[in-house]
Design a binder for this molecule. Structure first.
Ligand code: MN
Length: 249
C-alpha cells in the first residue's frame, strides 16, 4: 500500500512529465491556417453617401464575417497544417471536392482586398507610374475605366471586376462568384465587388450607378499604385503593417 507521501510524489512526477511532454506533442502538429475578419480601414459610415453605413455593416459584419468563419471551419484538416491560407486557396481551386472551401476562402481573400481598394474622398484618376502603365496598356484612363464599367455590367449574376497585371501588361477581367484572377497567375491591382449584396440596399438593381460612384468617389489609388509597385506575387493576407522592402521605389 503506497503511503500518501508516495502518492503525492507519484502525482508530482506524472504531472511534471506531462508538462514537459505536452508542448512537444502539440508542436509536432503545425497549426491549421486561419483567416481573420480584419477591421475596416475606415469608419463604417465613411463611404457615405456613395455606400451607406447599413450596406457596409451587413457586407463586412455579416457577409465577409460568414466567409471567414466558414473558411476557418473547412481549413481544419491535417492536409492543410502548416500551410498559408493563400496556398490552401490555390490547392482548393484545383480540386472540385474542395469547392466549398475555395468559395469561402476566396471570398474572405477577395473582401479583405476589396475594402482596401476603397477610401473616403477617393476616385478620380490614377497618377504616376501606374497611370503611365494604364496609358500604355489601354490608351488612356478613360478607355480603362470604360472597360471596367463594361466588365462590371457584363458579369452575369454575382462576381467581381478587376484591374490586373499580366506581367507588364495591365488588363481588365471579370470573375464569377468567388473566382479570383490569382488562380490564373494574374496579379490583382484593383477590384470592385459586383455581388448584389455590395449595392442592393443603396442602388437596388442599378449596378452601373454603384460602379460609377465607386470609380468617381471611392477608389483608393494609393493602394492600387502600391499593388502595382510591389514586386512579386499577390500577398493580400500579409498584415498591412508588414514593413515593405527598403529597395522599393
Ligand atoms: Mn461582397
Amino acid at each position: 500500500m503506497p503511503s500518501p507521501k508516495d502518492s503525492w510524489l507519484f502525482a508530482f512526477f506524472v504531472l511534471a512529465g506531462l508538462s514537459l511532454l505536452s508542448p512537444a506533442i502539440l508542436s509536432a502538429d503545425a497549426p491549421c491556417p486561419k483567416v481573420v475578419l480584419p477591421p475596416l480601414p475606415y469608419a463604417q459610415d465613411a463611404l457615405e453617401p456613395h455606400i451607406s453605413s447599413a450596406t457596409i455593416g451587413f457586407h463586412h459584419g455579416k457577409h465577409h464575417a460568414a466567409y471567414v468563419t466558414k473558411a476557418n471551419e473547412l481549413m481544419v484538416a491535417p492536409r492543410f497544417e502548416g500551410k498559408k491560407p493563400l496556398d490552401v486557396m490555390m490547392i482548393a481551386a484545383q480540386d472540385p471536392a474542395l469547392a466549398g472551401l475555395f468559395n469561402n476562402l476566396a471570398q474572405a481573400v477577395n473582401h479583405e482586398f476589396f475594402w482596401q481598394c476603397l477610401k473616403p474622398n477617393g476616385g478620380g484618376e490614377p497618377t504616376g507610374p501606374l497611370a503611365e502603365a494604364i496609358v500604355k496598356s489601354f490608351g488612356s484612363w478613360a478607355k480603362c475605366r470604360e472597360e471596367l464599367e463594361t466588365a462590371a455590367l457584363g458579369q452575369f449574376g454575382s462576381g467581381w471586376v478587376w484591374l490586373v497585371a499580366d506581367g507588364a501588361t495591365l488588363k481588365v477581367v471579370k470573375t464569377g462568384n468567388a473566382e479570383t484572377p490569382v488562380t490564373q497567375g494574374l496579379k490583382p491591382l484593383l477590384t470592385i465587388d459586383v455581388w448584389e449584396h455590395a449595392y442592393y440596399l443603396d442602388y437596388q438593381n442599378r449596378r452601373a450607378a454603384f460602379v460609377k460612384a465607386v470609380l468617381d468617389h471611392l477608389i483608393n489609388w494609393e493602394f492600387v499604385a502600391a499593388n502595382f509597385a510591389r514586386p512579386g506575387p499577390y500577398a493580400p493576407l500579409e498584415p498591412p503593417s508588414e514593413p515593405k522592402p527598403a529597395s522599393e521605389p
